[in-house]
Design a protein around this ligand. Structure first.
Ligand code: MG
Length: 397
């Protein structure tokens, strides 16, 4: 059996008036780069490459650079192929677009691998620690349709918070970093007041701060009983991460902008984070997530993967979440202590909600980990046609 065709799909879903902001970016559309691998026996595997960045360059790397190493190979060799792709591009592609392209191919390759044996990816990776995983709601972005500090804006945060709790979430994550420390603290205080002390509240700055400002913000977060402080400083500032981690009692999270076992090795050895957040679609796919999870365990660091993309990205993350060990083991594993969680983005994204034939549904604050072959999900190709911007294909006879 051989892989004979690679198809990529650049998808863009405009979200119109629902556009939203983080400290770094305005989101007026949702984009995904999907990868479809096909074998000469008719099997089809799906992957997703990248997260926030533009999708077209990822597609270009796949077809213009990597395709010759993928076409013609066995679908049962994802780790070998990963190594071939990475070593072929190491001199110019250790981080960023090249690794995102490898990630998309790797996820699709493991999807095929599972289908050749009729087992889910998590079985290939050694078996599932859990069949459901606690989901946390990623929301509370800055809205682009009204002033950030208006009474209506603060009221809307309260409504949003209550909506998540009513839906069953027990862990919520809010954006910080766009406004002053005082204004962001006020936003968090409103959310905390709306949900009470029993719902965990996390914060994400998307590396908005220098070290001094992050320290002041961190002190304010400690007073609000915030569960983690995500990306306080730019990912290159490892000394800043280390100093904040030493100075604050609040756990430090990071890693969505880091790549491969080599990048995470440095985060762990330099003791930068309490919680590592590799994104399966950009850090290197399933092959590399295994290595990052092992490195994290060796440094007693928790892994809570970053998830942002389409239904394929969520499906890939759930396969990874099945195989993350407790860190460390207890008889009563708990989220935010030693049990991982799945990030469940709640911003508008039809590529997440409509792409799969069976969408993910929150039940009692958890998502079920699919147990069908490969990723265990079926793609609705009509939805691809609806949001398609660019389709490219590479194949052999
Ligand atoms: Mg983040």
């Amino acid at each position: 059996m051989r892989i004979t065709k690679i198809t990529t799909f650049v998808l863009k879903a405009p979200i119109g008036k629902e556009r939203f902001l983080s400290s770094q970016a305005v989101f007026s559309e949702r984009t995904s780069l999907l990868v479809r691998l096909e074998t000469d026996t008719g099997l089809v595997g799906w992957g997703e490459g990248g997260q926030y960045g533009p999708a077209e360059p990822v597609a270009s790397v796949i077809h213009d650079v990597l395709a010759p190493w993928v076409l013609g190979i066995s679908p049962q060799t994802p780790a070998v192929t990963w190594e071939r792709l990475y070593t072929a591009t190491r001199d110019f592609g250790q981080k960023g677009t090249y690794v995102e392209a490898i990630s998309g191919l790797d996820i699709a390759h493991w999807d095929l691998f599972g289908q050749t044996l009729g087992v889910p990816v998590h079985v290939l990776l050694g078996g599932a620690f859990r069949d459901r995983v606690t989901a946390y709601a990623t929301g509370f972005y800055y809205r682009g349709d009204r002033p950030f500090d208006s009474p209506e804006t603060l009221d809307a945060l309260e409504t949003e918070a209550k909506g998540y709790v009513d839906a069953g979430f027990r862990v919520l994550k809010a954006k910080i970093g766009l406004l002053s420390i005082q204004a962001d603290t006020e936003r968090l205080a409103r959310i905390r007041a709306a949900v009470g002390p029993d719902v965990a509240l996390l914060t994400d700055a998307n590396h908005a701060y220098n070290r001094a400002t992050a320290l002041r913000m961190g002190r304010a977060l400690e007073a609000l009983d915030i569960g983690w402080f995500e990306e306080p400083v730019v990912p290159e500032d490892r000394a800043g991460y280390r100093e904040l981690r030493a100075a604050l009692s609040i756990p430090i999270a990071g890693g969505e902008s880091e790549f491969t076992r080599f990048g995470f090795r440095d985060l762990f050895v330099e003791r930068c984070v309490d919680i590592a957040q590799p994104d399966t679609c950009s850090a290197g796919g399933f092959t590399e997530m295994q290595r990052i999870i092992a490195l994290a365990a060796a440094h007693n660091v928790s892994v809570v993967p970053h998830v942002w993309g389409s239904g394929i990205a969520v499906a890939a993350a759930l396969q990874v979440l099945a195989v993350i060990p407790w860190q460390p083991f207890t008889f009563n594993p708990m989220p935010l202590q030693n049990e991982p969680m799945v990030e469940f983005d709640r911003n508008p994204n039809p590529l997440r909600d409509d792409l799969l034939q069976t969408p993910f549904v929150l039940e009692d604050g958890t998502l079920r980990i699919p147990d069908g072959p490969g990723l265990g999900v079926q793609v609705n190709e009509d939805v691809i046609a609806r949001f398609l911007v660019e389709r490219r294909e590479s194949h052999i006879d």
